[in-house]
Design a protein around this ligand. Structure first.
Ligand code: HEM
Length: 629
């Protein structure tokens, strides 16, 4: 009415249309014929949308808009007021009340519904009705909420933070999982941290881990994005760092059925047995009293097994000039820790550029990409052999076959997918296994009681037969407890891989916003005296005699493999590999600490952040067991 009153021309034209469109019955108006009236209402809503910023929307998952990344949980404000007045759309007289423009645009609005989106979807009467209804609901809500105030759960406790850096200073100077554990002693099993502008929810109890991995797994099953993970996973084509989406599901299905599943079990076992024989022979060939570096030896053996099964060749010889695979792996782990740019978007990115971090990332990516290219080229050039005598093909061979045919994995497997899967196997599958074996041997050496009990079990469950010795691992229950106890006290990834919440939820009575990065302190959960009793910090495998704790489910008393949808897909297979290797080492050899160091004084300091390993390499002297005694 205000606009019409301000414009006598419009008033006159409108009234004449209305008065001409009456039906024969005096006073009955035929609104359907009043096209100018409709234009006037449209023009009013264009210039004066009653909710100029609409009601805020929120993104549910990662996506791109206009070429930019949008994080999940981002509040989206659409400026409907400006969209309706944009001269780029509405011409130079955009600010003028000129209902006739709808004659010119009328034919377009149906096609290009971004000019005034509402009109193409709803007729104006429906829109007005909806608006009135929503105002009414809002009114009711306000009256109601005055009567009984709604209790909005508060955010989790947050240690006091400094401007700009947030809580960063509280994490410096000690391993991250230990710093977070100390904070959890003060702020509880659920607390919030800020590194720069980024919120982190820290979980430090098995009850809260159950919330994350089981009860609200559907909310906490995504991963945060970072510059390093984006680049090193070929833009999230992998499993470990990919946000929760259909591509992740497809890739995980591929890894589980084509690499970790029963299909590959026979060739895996065959390769493992051959590699263990090779390791035992190599140790036996050393002159007596030679010190063996177990870190190096385990790495060579585990890498050979994984490479042979996954790539058809053990890649003992480096395929390329340049940094060795071990150096590349260390660089990758360091880079994956993240950059300043991830937490301090503007200044941090600038520092990443000038400090050389971006250059380091590119170099790391190109080295590892060249390595993976060589593995794939070797397949094209038929350099790789069969995995075993049964002519089994390797994992990459299977993937290349799947990439060229219709396959059961919903859509085509691309070369990028193959590279990202190889990256997961190389970075996730080897180091974690080696680190666990080193910790296990270190703990056993430190405890002569455990060593003696374990060796006697292993030797009792084995028999000498013609042509060799047969170890029956299935009967070695104490060995299984030793491996479990190792993973309880020394989970190789103490903070797992960060999870991310997909939507609003509550945990421990606190509100969690979507897009919050979640760190589960698996290191502390496995050592919590509330769960494990007073001797929680002690290496005591017998504790598993009376309690049934499994890795992936139950009550999450220990979470070395994480949990829920994002749990480690190798959790059911990898302990058996570790058990086989350990059983053989302890069956064939007795082990001593060199240089008169007392067993119990073995250095157990930790190092690393994504994967935490023993700081000093484990060097021991093997003594061939005398079978004649
Ligand atoms: C002792 C050995 C291992 C340990 C302790 C371990 C531990 C873990 C942990 C803690 C996670 C993160 C779980 C979470 O965020 O909730 C993970 C994820 C993963 N692990 Fe392992 N892992 C081991 C061996 C392996 C092996 C042999 C492979 C196979 C190639 C593997 C492949 C993966 C993959 C692909 C993921 C990502 C899963 C996803 O995000 O969906 N891991 N692992």
């Amino acid at each position: 009415m205000s606009e019409i009153t301000r414009s006598p021309r419009v008033m006159q034209k409108l009234q004449s249309e209305i008065r001409n469109c009456t039906t024969r019955k005096p006073g009955e108006l035929d609104i359907t014929k009043m096209s100018y009236l409709k234009m006037v209402v449209k023009e009013t809503l264009r210039l004066h949308p009653p909710a100029p910023l609409l009601i805020p929307h929120e993104s549910l998952s990662h996506c791109q808009i206009g070429g930019y990344s949008v994080l999940p949980g981002t509040c989206v404000i659409v400026n409907g007021w400006w969209i309706g007045r944009d001269p780029g759309t509405w011409g130079e007289n955009a600010a003028e009340f000129y209902p006739e423009r709808n004659l010119e645009y009328g034919h377009q609005t149906k096609r290009t519904n971004n000019h005034m989106e509402t009109f193409t979807i709803f007729p104006s009467w429906l829109l007005t009705t909806l608006l009135v209804l929503s105002l009414f609901c809002f009114f009711l809500y306000t009256v109601r909420s005055k009567r009984s105030p709604m209790v909005v759960p508060e955010l989790p406790p947050n240690p006091p933070k400094l401007p700009i850096i947030g809580n960063l200073h509280q994490l410096l100077g000690k391993p991250r999982h230990q710093a977070l554990w100390q904070l959890s002693q003060k702020y509880g099993p659920v607390f919030l941290l800020h590194i720069g502008s980024k919120p982190y929810l820290v979980i430090s109890s098995s009850a809260m881990a159950k919330q994350v991995f089981k009860i609200q797994d559907h909310i906490f099953c995504s991963r945060p994005i970072s510059q390093a993970s984006k680049r090193l996973t070929y833009n999230y084509l992998d499993i470990a760092f990919s946000p929760y989406n259909n591509h992740w599901k497809k890739m995980r299905k591929l890894l589980v059925s084509e690499f970790l599943g029963p299909k590959r079990a026979v060739s895996f076992n065959h390769v493992l047995v051959a590699e263990i024989e090779c390791m035992v022979r190599s140790i036996s060939s050393h002159p007596s009293n030679t010190v063996v570096n177990l870190n190096k030896m385990f790495l060579a053996s585990v890498k050979a097994v994984v490479c042979k099964v996954a790539f058809g060749k053990n890649y003992r010889e480096e395929p390329l000039k340049g940094p060795s695979w071990e150096v590349m792996l260390d660089e990758t782990m360091e880079i994956l820790n993240g950059s300043l740019g991830d937490s301090f978007p503007w200044l941090g990115r600038l520092i990443d550029q000038f400090s050389g971090w971006n250059f380091k990332l590119e170099k790391c990516f190109s080295n590892i990409d060249a390595y993976i290219e060589t593995i794939i080229d070797d397949h094209y050039n038929h350099i790789t052999g069969e995995v075993n005598d049964d002519h089994d093909t390797d994992f990459v061979h299977t993937l290349l076959e799947l990439s060229s045919i219709e396959n059961p994995y919903d859509d085509r497997v691309t070369k990028g997918d193959i590279k990202a899967l190889v990256m997961d196997v190389l970075t996730g599958g080897i180091d974690t296994t080696v680190v666990t074996m080193v910790w296990a041997m270190s703990e056993i050496i430190r405890s002569p009681r455990v060593m003696q009990k374990l060796q006697s079990e292993i030797r009792n469950c084995s028999r000498r037969k013609q042509g060799g010795h047969e170890l029956d691992i299935t009967k070695m229950s104490y060995l299984k407890m030793v491996v479990k106890e190792t993973l309880r006290l020394h989970p190789p990834a103490p903070l797992l891989i960060p999870h991310e919440s997909l939507s609003h939820c509550q945990i421990g009575g606190y509100s969690v916003l979507p897009g919050t990065c979640v760190l589960v302190n698996g290191w502390w959960i496995g050592r919590d005296p509330g769960t494990w009793g007073e001797n929680a910090a002690e290496f005591y495998p017998e504790r598993f005699e009376n309690i049934d704790v499994d890795f992936g489910g139950g009550n999450f008393e220990m979470v070395p493999f994480g949990g829920g949808r994002r749990s480690c897909p190798a959790m059911n297979t990898v302990p058996a590999t570790i058990e086989s290797m350990m059983a053989n080492l302890l069956y064939w050899f007795d082990w001593e600490v060199p240089d008169g160091v007392k067993n119990e004084d073995l250095n157990m300091l930790e190092e690393g952040s994504l994967v935490v390993r023993k700081k000093l390499p484990l060097c021991l002297v093997p003594k061939k067991h005398n079978w004649e005694d």
